[in-house]
Structures are given as C-alpha cells and as structure tokens.
Design a binder for this molecule. Structure first.
Ligand code: KG4
Ligand code: ZN
Length: 340
C-alpha cells in the first residue's frame, strides 16, 4: 500500500481502439465484459483481500458510453446482491475529484475543482464533499476532445492528448536550439490562435466569465493546417502548431481557474481528469495561480480513468448511509451530484 491508501488497483487499457482513431462503443462494451472478472481478481490478489473482507461495492453509473457502463453496473449489481453488500453508483467526474484527493490529504473542500477529461470540462466550487456549485463548463468540445481532434487533424495518432504534449515538447527543444539563431522553428505564438471566451471585458456574474469553448479553437487550428498543407509546409510546422494549440487551451483553463479562486476566495484548486496528465497544463495553472492558490494535481496513474477514484467516492457516500437501489441503471448523461 502506498501513501494513497490504495491496496490494489487493476487497470486495463483498450488498445484496440487506436486503429479506429477513437473509441468504438461496441468494442469498449465487449472488452469490459471480457475483462471484468479477471480485473477484480487481480485487484483483490494485489490487495490481499478475500470476498469476505469486502464491505461495499462502488461502480461508475455515468456519464459515458452506455454499453461500457452497463457492463460494469450489471457486474456490480450481481456481485453486491449475491454477497448481500451495499451498492453505490458513482458519477464519473465526481470520481476524478476523489482521485486527486487520494494522493493529497490537503485536497479537501472547500476547493475549486477543475475537471478536464475526454468528455467533460467543468469548473466548480466544492463547499463540502458532495456539495458543489457549478461555476462553468465547456459550451461545446471538452478539453480532451479538442486535444484528440486537433491531433487527428495534424496526423498524430489517438489518443491525441499525449501526442500533442510530446509535439509541443519537441517544439520547445527546437526553440531553445534555435535561440539566438535563425528561422521560425519553435517560436511560441508563431500561429496566432484565438482564446475563445477569454476577454478582459468579461464581467463577473455573466456565465461567459467561467464558461469555455474549444470548438472554435479547433477550427482555427484546422484552418492554419489547411493553409500550411497547401504550401506543403504542414509536416515541418506540426510541432509548433501543436505547441501553440496547447498553449491556448492552457491559457483559457488557467485564467478561468484563477478567476474562480479570486472570486470565491477558495485557495485550493483540485485538478482532475485525463487532461491533468498534461504537464504544461499543471505548470501553467501553478504559474497563473502564483501565491494566491495551491494546486493539487493527480499523478498520471490516478489522472487517467481508474477504479480507485470510484471506490473513494463510493466509500464517502456509503459511509454517509447512501445506497443505490437494485434498479440502478447506467446513464449516458448522468447529472453531476450535489449541485446547489
Ligand atoms: O479522464 P480520461 O482518462 O477519460 C475520460 O473520462 O474521458 O481522459 C481522457 C482524455 C483524452 O481526451 C486524452 O487525449 C486526454 O485525456 N489526455 C491528455 C493527456 N493525456 C491524456 N490531454 C492532454 N495532454 C496529455 N498529456
Ligand atoms: Zn475520466
């Protein structure tokens, strides 16, 4: 057991999707069904626990792909029912908040939560665990979705987030190599990309103050890529374009988060979701917050979807006496719990 209190954790990644350039729902559902038994056995062996030691079952009930969710929900219901255990359906994004808290004991409410994943982008104020106020969110693409789509446009493989980060790092290396030298290679801001929904004129109280939009940025990158392609210059420019795109996303997310800290007086910021793996995002957030906030970010293992964060959220709710009924269903668009 490490400092996170996790006794056993099994993670299966589904590589089969890469060949299709994105997640294929049918494959996802089938792979869940196929691997669940073995995964649970693996985690229990690692944790050195027996069935008799288990006191409750938590499972992701949504939001997400309903086929994959159903595989988990049905497995959890059957296991909990057969063993007479309490069952709890967890919201995937609330799980990401608990995931970060597993590794940082100071990451507790009140805090500002910035959740950035492939399907969701949320900025919220956590007043207590289970009591949240939604400040803003994306009006179109999620941050991770934008990374994936831009990567695809630039000819980089799926999932695009890590690829964009790597390309941006290559751009930075080229920039320092060319420092004092010649050529545009690695110049930050070489492409003037927009910062959607970010303006100094934004006023507090207007939903646009916290809301985000990444679809227009994605289109702007596509337009630049198209022009470069016509000039036969895209391949040479991919790293710089990826770097500028990443910088634009980080700029928007960091500034919206800084505003939330300033307006609520909440100093702690809890970052969660797959995009939290992005080191430039963590760096940019820390820079923007400066001494006015403390950033708590998950390690790569717990930033990516995992069962430990779901168990942590379930443990909190089960301890409060909450139970899900045996009729618990998977919900593709499950609402975030506890919103004031
Ligand atoms: O939370 P997550 O593992 O799954 C969902 O709940 O969606 O997030 C996956 C997302 C993908 O869009 C992926 O491209 C993105 O996280 N991601 C990254 C990085 N690593 C993963 N985005 C930017 N930079 C990264 N290093
Ligand atoms: Zn996730």
């Amino acid at each position: 057991m490490d400092g996170s209190g996790i006794r056993g954790l099994a993670i299966a990644s589904q590589d089969a999707h890469a060949a299709f350039g994105g997640v294929v729902p049918e494959i996802a559902a089938r792979e869940h069904l196929r691997s669940l038994d073995a995964m649970v056995r693996h985690a229990m062996r690692e944790a050195d626990v027996d069935h008799a030691d288990i006191t409750g079952v938590g499972v992701t009930a949504g939001p997400g792909l309903v086929g994959a969710l159903l595989a988990g929900v049905n497995w959890a219901k059957a296991y909990a029912f057969a063993r007479g255990l309490p069952l709890l359906g967890v919201h995937h994004m609330e799980g990401h908040l608990f995931g970060t808290a597993l590794e940082h004991e100071d990451a507790h409410p009140p805090f500002i939560g910035l959740l950035v994943s492939g399907g969701h982008t949320l900025l919220l104020e956590a007043r207590a665990w289970g009591r949240y106020r939604l400040l803003g969110g994306t009006r179109d693409d999620a941050a991770g979705e934008a990374f994936d789509k831009v990567a695809r446009r630039l000819g980089l493989p799926y999932p695009g987030g890590p690829q964009i980060q790597r390309a941006a790092e290559r751009s930075a290396v080229a920039r320092s190599a060319a420092a004092g030298g010649q050529g545009a290679g690695g110049a930050p801001g070489r492409f003037r990309l927009p910062r959607p929904m970010l303006s100094r004129r934004d006023v507090r109280g207007d939903p646009a103050y916290y809301d985000m939009s990444f679809s227009g940025l994605k289109t702007a990158v596509a337009r630049v890529a198209e022009q470069l392609e016509a000039e036969g210059a895209l391949v040479e420019a991919v790293d710089d374009l990826a770097a500028d795109f990443q910088e634009a996303v980080v700029d928007v997310l960091a500034e919206k988060t800084r505003r939330a800290v300033e307006q609520t007086g909440c100093r702690r910021v809890v970052l969660g979701g797959g995009v939290a793996r992005n080191s430039r995002l963590r760096e940019g957030l820390a820079e923007r917050l400066g001494s006015s906030g403390e950033l708590y970010a998950p390690s790569p293992r717990l930033a990516t979807d995992n069962a430990a964060m779901i168990a942590a959220a379930a443990r909190f709710r089960l301890a409060r006496g909450e139970r899900s009924p045996w009729s618990l269903n998977a919900e593709a668009a499950l609402a975030f719990p506890g919103l004031a």
